[in-house]
Every structure is written in structure tokens, then in C-alpha cells.
Design a protein. Structure first.
Length: 360
């Protein structure tokens, strides 16, 4: 870090001292009613730092050097538009594998349920994540609409990316959470029994996961030429590769895969104990495949998501401090840009706002 950037960061810490987001003396700082409100809005913290009252979305942020992120994306109205089927599974793996190859994102885990999906991704910066997710969600939305005859939008909103700290405990906990999807809701008895695209099935089977990418541009051109072609003529096979958690990157492949299999065994055992206590039974793969893609649950389960997943409060506060500085620096540059300074310096790793339309 240069002396100028260090001085700038110190200045912004002093700038935030009137609000809760000043973490230099974390032990004596009172906890606010809501951490999300503190950074993202609905009140003013101090005279100089204005929270994001006018921002529709929080700023996308990845710490310098990259991070592990847990990505979640839900279908509109929580409809079962991702209901597993052989055709959709093949398409999902094809699109995901192609996106991984094009943008070099390291995928540590994934689970595609009927109305949402989770990804555990190791990314270098926020631009890499944004491009990867734009490619994945746009192509997947078109394929799902085509397959299931859905003409409205597919996703309820932009994907949600939560940073996972570098602590081994935090990363393992999020890996276990993603792998438990489908089993923890008593939809299936074991994670690998989920009939859709799921990392547990790949790990247990020990085989590479391949899918099909359909080049719809070439298909359209062929139809315009009046060409009669087979379904797979303009299709290619894509392979989806699993990567270790960043905290396991120095382990041999057999070691980190073995640890992941142990997590799957734990999930299965915990689910069995829970069912024996409650007397419930898993819904089963056949019932899941029998759901109509346009249907939706009566009471979708939703809960507020944190900005960060951390194992210790100390690391969580450090992440909040870094994000607070990032937000404050972005706001300062934004104010300068609105005031007419086209050379306003935005913090590294941010997406500056687009310039307004210039009329004649």
C-alpha cells in the first residue's frame, strides 16, 4: 500500500469516527441496531458520512487479492423453474462449465435446487465475478424459459454474493451448508440423492461432470438458411471442474476430496438424527421431479443474508471496517463526480456510476 493510500484510508477512518463504522477501538464501540443499516442506509451516521438512502443495491465488493464468495440466486416468485430433469441438468452443467472456462472462476461447490441455487466461488476480483454471473444467469435464463415455456423473467433479482473470510472454519462451514442443500430441508435423505445438479453427487461418484452447450446463434443462422439440422449439430460438451477451498489449496486432491466426503457423511448422519426425532420423511426424488416448473411453494423460506461469513468476531469486524472505508471512498468520489469532476478517483475494485445522457 502506498503512503498516499494509507493516508487516505486513515483519513476516512477519522472521517467515520462520528458513526458506528469507526472500528479502530472496536472493544468500546457500541453495536448498532442493524449492521446492514449502518453501512447501507435508512439513517445518517455523523454529519459527513451519508448512508445509502438513494442506492437501490449495495456496492459490489471483493477484498484486494480475491476472496471466497457464496453466491445465491432465486427464481421469480420462488417458482420451481429449476426443477431437475435430465434435459435441464445437462444444460445447467453446460452453461456453468462454459462460464467457468471463459472467466477462469474456481468453483468449490454448487447446488441447484428447484427454485434457487448456491455457488461457492473463489474469485480474483469483483469484475471477474460480475462477468461470470452475467454470462451464467443470462444464458441459463434463456434456456430455462425455452425448456419450460416460461415467458416472464426467471430471476427475482440480481444474484447475492457474500464474502467468506479466509478462516478455515468459516470456509468449511459454508462448504457444508452448500452441500447440505436438498438434504437439510428433508427433500432427500442424502445430499447425493438430489436429482439435480449437485456437487455431492460428483464427489461421491468420483467422476467428471459434463454437460452440453447449445450454440443458439449458429442454430438461428442455420434456420435462416433453411437448414434442417439435428439437435446436437451445433452443440459442444463442456466439463465442470471442482476446485478446493482456498484454505485447502495446498492439499493433494485426494486429501481435500476426502475431507469433503467426510462432510457429506456428517450431513447425512445429522439429517437421519433429525428425522428420527421429528418423525418426518424425505419428499423423495420422484416427487421433486413431479412438480410443475410454474408452481411455487405456499410459504417460501427467506431470511436476511449477512454481508460476510466469518468464524470470529474480530475478523468480521475487520471485514466491516474495510467495507466501510470502501463505501465512504466511493461516496466521496460520487459526490465529486456529481459536482462536475470527471477525474474523481473511485476506489480500486469498484464500478463507477455511468455518466448521464448528454443532450443536444
Amino acid at each position: 500500500m502506498t503512503s498516499q493510500s494509507a493516508s487516505s484510508r486513515k483519513g476516512w477512518r477519522d472521517h467515520l469516527s462520528s458513526g458506528w463504522l469507526y472500528f479502530t477501538n472496536r472493544e468500546s464501540s457500541p453495536k448498532p441496531p442493524s449492521q446492514t443499516q449502518a453501512v447501507l442506509g435508512r439513517r445518517r451516521f455523523g454529519g459527513d458520512f451519508t448512508s445509502y438512502l438513494c442506492m437501490g443495491r449495495r456496492l459490489r465488493y471483493i477484498p484486494e487479492g480475491g476472496a471466497l464468495v457464496e453466491v445465491t440466486c432465486r427464481t421469480i416468485h420462488s417458482r420451481f423453474l429449476l426443477r431437475p430433469s435430465p434435459e435441464l441438468n445437462d444444460i445447467v452443467v453446460g452453461v456453468l462449465g462454459r462460464a467457468q472456462r471463459l472467466y477462469e472462476v474456481r468453483c468449490c461447490a454448487f447446488s441447484f435446487l428447484s427454485n434457487h441455487f448456491h455457488l461457492l466461488l473463489d474469485v480474483d476480483n469483483v469484475r471477474q465475478l460480475a462477468r461470470f454471473m452475467a454470462y451464467l444467469n443470462s444464458n441459463l435464463a434463456r434456456e430455462v424459459g425455452r425448456l419450460y415455456g416460461w415467458e416472464d423473467k426467471i430471476w427475482s433479482r440480481r444474484y447475492q454474493a457474500i464474502i467468506v473470510s479466509g478462516e478455515e472454519g468459516a470456509q468449511i462451514a459454508r462448504l457444508k451448508y452448500v452441500l447440505a442443500n436438498g438434504c437439510k430441508e428433508d427433500l432427500v435423505a442424502r445430499p447425493q440423492d438430489w436429482p439435480g445438479v449437485h456437487a455431492a453427487r460428483v464427489l461421491v461418484a468420483g467422476e467428471a461432470l459434463t454437460g452440453t452447450w447449445f450454440d443458439r446463434t449458429q442454430e438461428y443462422a442455420a434456420r435462416r438458411r433453411g437448414e434442417d439440422f439435428d439437435r446436437l449439430k451445433y452443440a459442444t460438451t463442456e466439463t465442470l471442474h471442482l476446485s478446493p477451498l482456498p484454505c485447502w489449496k495446498d492439499l493433494p486432491a485426494e486429501a481435500w476430496k476426502g475431507r469433503t466426503l467426510n462432510l457429506i457423511d456428517e450431513i447425512e448422519e445429522e439429517a437421519a438424527v433429525r428425522r428420527s426425532r421429528t418423525g418426518s420423511q424425505p419428499l423423495g426424488a420422484a416427487a421433486i421431479r413431479g412438480q410443475h416448473p410454474h408452481d411455487r411453494p405456499k410459504r417460501p423460506k427467506k431470511s436476511p443474508a449477512p454481508l460476510f461469513h466469518a468464524w470470529s468476531s474480530k475478523v468480521r469486524h475487520e471485514l466491516w471496517e474495510a467495507y466501510a472505508w470502501f463505501v465512504a471512498a466511493f461516496r466521496d468520489a460520487s459526490e465529486k463526480l456529481r459536482a462536475g469532476d470527471r477525474n474523481a478517483a473511485f476506489p480500486l475494485g469498484s464500478f463507477p456510476p455511468a455518466l448521464p445522457f448528454v443532450g443536444g
